[in-house]
Structures are given as structure tokens and as C-alpha cells.
Design a binder for this molecule. Structure first.
Ligand SMILES: *[C@@H]1O[C@H](CO)[C@@H](O)[C@H](O)[C@H]1NC(C)=O
Ligand SMILES: *[C@@H]1O[C@H](CO)[C@@H](O)[C@H](O)[C@H]1NC(C)=O
Ligand SMILES: *[C@@H]1O[C@H](CO)[C@@H](O)[C@H](O)[C@H]1NC(C)=O
Ligand SMILES: [Zn+2]
Ligand SMILES: [Zn+2]
Length: 447
């Protein structure tokens, strides 16, 4: 008994010490006490009152996955938690979006982003908190992203007085193909924000490590659909018909020549036709054929060029075969996404912050990813940085990749995500304050 009392006492003293010490200080400071501050943050995020709280939130969201623009219960849960913490917020920002504020309420503003949406897929992982909604699943880890941002908010709120500006918590809808980020920006919710940080859990990166890169990281891309119209007729008398099947075949082949003959071989681009529909009988030439596909690239100019050439090639190649074609880029249904390009100075900043939190050997580079991330929209509007937080512990199990029906989140990643959010935002606010020029004294006085 006495032993346990003693341990309890030690824990209380330890927690008191954690709380009493400023935890957001800049480790570049020469003060050696400050230098210890950042690693302490991780310990704080591992405390049961933060860790268990995040786990509980994530499991609730996981059980009730909601797809883009339908995240009503998720949004409600987030607001309940923010209310509990006493964090003010704006809602609704774009249907279900929630924007929270911690700090002085004055500039500078630094934003942290979490997506709320799930995927239309059936979860095949058998566990206690499996999705209760057939055909819907948090298969990309956005449930974990929400939990980690709330975990960060919990700690930040307790240290609000130390903040040198305002941290903007962005809980956005519809990352998966819905361009929720773009709508958040269009709503003007992130006006005056100096920088935005986002993280994504990584199933194939070790727990305790982070990975990212400077410049392009994920591809941008768009979708297209074309209807090629000819004139139907008897398959035995092609001279009386205009064959859209042959036209479509040549269109598809020609589309493959855009990347192979027109793109710089050192630059990565893709054009894929993933859908073709036309004809019903083996002895009938149909009236029309529909094709659909996607294009991806890492440069904005390349995406514009691909889009232009895809339309030209489809219409031109159809005309060669006496067919008419109409091309649509589905901007309303599946909006195109720009490439995700990490700001280079934020990359240096990230390396230094993540390095002091995790150890510089845990901060890794990442290869280019051909998938897309709607965080790219934020990066078009302001300096932005996205990175991957590793969660794989091979001593326990190998994790399946994003969007797999067997996708699992290792909840041990939560303290890392929360601590990274906190240190990236707080130290950036401090950095911005140092950079405010002397004549801009107005902000300084207010802070
Ligand atoms: C951004 O700053 C301008 C000028 O200070 C102010 O008028 C505007 O309301 C601010 N926008 C937001 C969303 O805070
Ligand atoms: C293509 O469009 C032109 C002009 O509208 C029309 O005259 C022609 O019949 C159309 N051809 C096909 C195959 O639909
Ligand atoms: C990166 O962000 C900084 C501010 O942190 C900005 O000054 C710079 O212009 C940005 N770089 C690019 C390439 O946008
Ligand atoms: Zn995803
Ligand atoms: Zn995702």
C-alpha cells in the first residue's frame, strides 16, 4: 500500500511539474530548461486523461462512419468535445465542418486540419468497435485524425495563456473526392491564416517515425467521361453504319500516346481509361460508346495540359472515324484536385520541430505518391505542409494499406499525432511573433 501511495505521489508531482513548465518553448533557445520542453509534450499526450480520451473518441467515430458532407454525428461529437473543453468554434462551415479557436483570438493565425469523412466500403476487420454501418468504413484513418486533433486541442486549451496568437482547428468534411478543403476556403473560413499543417496516419511507416518531402508529395488529378456517337446498324453491313466501337478503340489507344509521346519522360504523369460501355449484341453496331478515366500529374501546368489534350484527342480521334464526341471533366461530381506541394521553408521548419520531438533519425523522407489529397487546395491559398505519421509496429502486426477493407489504426500513434500538431502550431506562432517587424507594433501590443 505504502509503495503505491509513494508512486501516486510521485506521479502527482510529475504531472504538476509537467503542467507548471511551459511546454511550447522553442528548443532553439539557449535555455537548457526550455530545451527539454518538447519531448515532455509527448509524455503529456500519453497521459491516460489525454490518450484514453482520444481512443474513446476515435472508436465512437469508427463505429459510425459517415461519408463526405454527411458527417453529422461526427460533427456533433466534435462540437460536444469542444464544448467540454471550452473551445469556441464556428459551425456549420460547409454543411458539417467545425472550425475551433484556441489562443488570443488575435493574429497571427496558424491552422491544423483533420478530415471527418469515411469511405463507401465494407469493413472486414473483426473487432469490438467495427463499423456498425454496412458498406461504410473509416478505411483511411480520418477517425484517428479527428481524435488526434481533439487531443491536441485538450492540451492546448490547458496552456492557452502561453499561446502567442490563435490556433485554428479545422475539422473539414469530404476529403475523399468531395473537395471539402476547397469549400472551406471558398467559405472564407481560413482568411488571415499564415500557415496550415496536416497529418495523415501511415500504415507502412514505423510507429514513432514521420515521413514527408519538400515540394510535390502527392499527385493532382482529375476525371473525364466521353460519349462517342456514331450511327447504329447491322454488324454485317458496316457501310450503312458509323461504328463508335472502332472510334472508341482508337481514342483509347491515342490517349495512351499523350503521356508516352508528349510528356517529359523525367516527369511522372498517368492517363488511365477505367471505364468503357457500349454495345449489347455481337451482331449489332451500337449508336454510341461511353468511356471514362482519370489523369494524374505532379505539376499544375501538366494537369492543365493533360486536360486540354484529353479533350482534343477524344474529339479529334472520334472525328477521324466520322463520330461526334462530347467530353466532360465531371467538375461537379468528382472535382479535380491540384498536386499536393509542400512549402520548402515549412519543410525545414517541420524537420526541426519533428526532429526535436522524436529525434532527427525518426524524421524520414517519403517517395512521391500517385494518389491525391485535398489538402492541396489549402496549399494553393497559403503556405501548407502535410506529412505522414507512422503507426506500424511490426512486433505486433503488419498493417494493411489505406482504403483496404482490412485497414487498421494502431492507436498508439495518437500521442505522436497530438504532440506534433501542438508543437508545429505553437512554435510557428512563436516564430511568426519573432518575425513581426518593429513598425507593425499594433499586433505586438495586442499580444
Ligand atoms: C481577416 O482580416 C481582415 C482585416 O483585418 C478582417 O477584416 C477580416 O474580418 C478577417 N477575416 C477573418 C475570417 O477573420
Ligand atoms: C455530328 O454532328 C454534326 C453536326 O451537328 C451532325 O451533322 C452529324 O450528323 C453528327 N454525326 C454523328 C455521327 O452523330
Ligand atoms: C513558403 O512559405 C513561406 C512562408 O513560410 C513563403 O514566404 C514562401 O513564399 C512559400 N514558398 C512558396 C514556394 O510558396
Ligand atoms: Zn483516403
Ligand atoms: Zn485520407
Amino acid at each position: 500500500m505504502a509503495f503505491f501511495k509513494c508512486v501516486n505521489m510521485l506521479i502527482i508531482i510529475f504531472i504538476f511539474f509537467l503542467c507548471a513548465t511551459p511546454i511550447f518553448s522553442d528548443s532553439s533557445s539557449t535555455n537548457s530548461k526550455d530545451h527539454l520542453a518538447i519531448p515532455k509534450l509527448l509524455e503529456l499526450a500519453k497521459e491516460p486523461q489525454v490518450f484514453d480520451w482520444m481512443v474513446d473518441i476515435r472508436r465512437k467515430i469508427h463505429e459510425n462512419p459517415e461519408v463526405g458532407y454527411e458527417e453529422f454525428e461526427t460533427s456533433k461529437l466534435i462540437r460536444t468535445k469542444l464544448d467540454e473543453l471550452g473551445v469556441p468554434y464556428k459551425h456549420p462551415v460547409v454543411v458539417t465542418g467545425v472550425i475551433g479557436y484556441i489562443g488570443t483570438g488575435l493574429p497571427p493565425f496558424v491552422a491544423l486540419r483533420a478530415e471527418m469523412d469515411a469511405l463507401l466500403m465494407q469493413e472486414l476487420v473483426e473487432w469490438e468497435h467495427k463499423s456498425k454501418v454496412p458498406g461504410k468504413m473509416h478505411g483511411c484513418g480520418h477517425d484517428a485524425h479527428v481524435a488526434m486533433l481533439l487531443g491536441a486541442a485538450k492540451i492546448l486549451k490547458e496552456h492557452e495563456k502561453e499561446l502567442q496568437g490563435t490556433i485554428v482547428l479545422v475539422f473539414q468534411p469530404a476529403e475523399e473526392g468531395g473537395a471539402g478543403a476547397k469549400k472551406i476556403l471558398d467559405a472564407g473560413a481560413l482568411e488571415n491564416v499564415s500557415a496550415i499543417f496536416g497529418l495523415h496516419v501511415g500504415p507502412n511507416i514505423p510507429l514513432g517515425e514521420v515521413a514527408s518531402r519538400s515540394g510535390p508529395m502527392l499527385a493532382g488529378g482529375g476525371f473525364f467521361k466521353a460519349v462517342i456517337r456514331g450511327k447504329g446498324g447491322h454488324a454485317a453491313n458496316p457501310q450503312h453504319a458509323i461504328d463508335p466501337i472502332l472510334a472508341a478503340s482508337n481514342v483509347i489507344v491515342s490517349l495512351q500516346h499523350i503521356v508516352s509521346r508528349e510528356a517529359d519522360p523525367l516527369e511522372t504523369q498517368v492517363v488511365t481509361v477505367g471505364n468503357i460501355q457500349g454495345g449489347g449484341a455481337v451482331n449489332v453496331i451500337p449508336d454510341s460508346v461511353t468511356i471514362g478515366g482519370t489523369f494524374r500529374a505532379f505539376l499544375r501546368e501538366s494537369l492543365t495540359q493533360l486536360r486540354h489534350r484529353i479533350e482534343q484527342v477524344i474529339i479529334g480521334q472520334a472525328a477521324v472515324h466520322r463520330c461526334n464526341a462530347t467530353v466532360s471533366f465531371l467538375d461537379d461530381k468528382i472535382p479535380s484536385v491540384p498536386p499536393t506541394i509542400n512549402n520548402d521553408s515549412l519543410h525545414d521548419y517541420f524537420q526541426s520541430v519533428a526532429g526535436s520531438l522524436l529525434g532527427i533519425d525518426k524524421v524520414k523522407g517519403h517517395h512521391l505518391l500517385m494518389g491525391s489529397e485535398d489538402f492541396a487546395f489549402y496549399q494553393e491559398a497559403m503556405p501548407g505542409y502535410v506529412f505522414i505519421v507512422g503507426m506500424e509496429d511490426v512486433s505486433v502486426e503488419r498493417l494493411r494499406s489505406w482504403h483496404s477493407p482490412y485497414f487498421k489504426v494502431n492507436e498508439d500513434v495518437f500521442p505522436y499525432g497530438a504532440a506534433l500538431h501542438i508543437s508545429l502550431a505553437t512554435r510557428y506562432l512563436a516564430k511568426l511573433n519573432q518575425e513581426v517587424p518593429a513598425e507593425d507594433g499594433k499586433y505586438h501590443d495586442e499580444l
